[in-house]
Write a protein that binds this ligand. Structure first.
Ligand code: SF4
Ligand code: F3S
Ligand code: FES
Length: 254
């Protein structure tokens, strides 16, 4: 049975905006993105919203629903009472372009700064061999759909624009962890650069104080904090403070 849903949607642009109230039809089985589309189709044809797959896989429809960072296409209307006001606002950590669309280019800039996978010398691509346990570890990280909800949620970025140059955020620290844990990555052998030091010195791993908010909002249920960020912090500590590891690194770098 359909009903009239109460929506409060942020409308505006980089110069400012405010919340607008709408009453929109909702039907059984629908998600928040369906209601936003109906709003576009029936009441505000110029409402800006980014989406693509409507299946939780493209990472485009990220927004804040009743203050919580979520994918609009994966948030069922049945979660809310029929008389509840559902408030939809753009992600707060990124500059608004218009309405629910934000400029997430910060994330692409951070992605470009991370040194790419560095293959081992003398092994042809078809001859790469890895243990299943190593494949499994990095597969978890590769489930990322780049929705940037973790980036939007982490307080280091969300409340502190000034941290952005120094802190890559959980998604990209996880990307460094993925490469650091890759058994065939040979960045250190090939260039002398150490991914744990890259994470610590250039991408602000030390800013993360393990609040785990990033993990809580990840729609792919990736254990960002436990499986990527904490192991990276442990590796930094091992390399810096274990005298044998320190000596080994010194010798290897010669
Ligand atoms: Fe989104 Fe999770 Fe990837 Fe972060 S790690 S960008 S929350 S899918
Ligand atoms: Fe931020 Fe996640 Fe660390 S929310 S502080 S990156 S555990
Ligand atoms: Fe693709 Fe929501 S539209 S994740």
């Amino acid at each position: 049975m359909g009903y009239q849903a109460h929506f409060r949607v942020w409308r505006g642009d980089a110069d400012g905006g405010d919340l607008h109230d709408f009453t929109v039809e909702a039907n059984e089985g629908e998600v928040v993105l369906d209601i936003i589309h109906r709003l576009q189709a029936t009441q505000c044809g110029d409402l800006a919203v980014r989406w693509n797959c409507k299946a939780g896989k493209c990472g485009s429809c990220s927004a804040e629903i009743n203050g919580r960072p979520r994918l609009m296409c994966m948030t069922r209307m049945s979660e809310f009472a029929e008389d509840e006001v559902v408030t939809v606002t753009p992600m707060r950590a990124f500059p608004v372009i218009r309405d629910l669309v934000t400029d997430v280019s910060f994330n692409y800039e951070k992605a470009r700064e991370i040194p790419a996978f560095s293959p081992p010398k003398g092994v042809a691509a078809g001859d790469y061999r890895m243990h299943q346990v190593d494949v499994g570890r990095s597969q978890e990280f590769r489930k990322c759909i780049e929705c940037f909800l973790c980036q939007n949620t982490c307080h280091v970025l969300r409340d502190h624009e000034e941290n952005k140059p120094a802190f890559a955020g959980p998604r990209f620290l996880m990307r460094i962890a993925e490469l650091e844990m890759h058994p065939l990555d040979s960045l250190r052998e090939n260039t002398g650069a150490d991914r744990t030091e890259v994470a610590q010195q250039e991408h602000g791993l030390g800013y993360c104080n393990i609040t785990k908010c990033c993990t809580e909002v990840c729609p792919e249920q990736i254990k960002i904090t436990d499986n990527a960020l904490i192991p990276m912090k442990e590796r930094v500590a091992d390399r810096r403070y274990d005298p044998l590891v320190w000596l080994g690194n010194k010798i290897r770098r010669r």
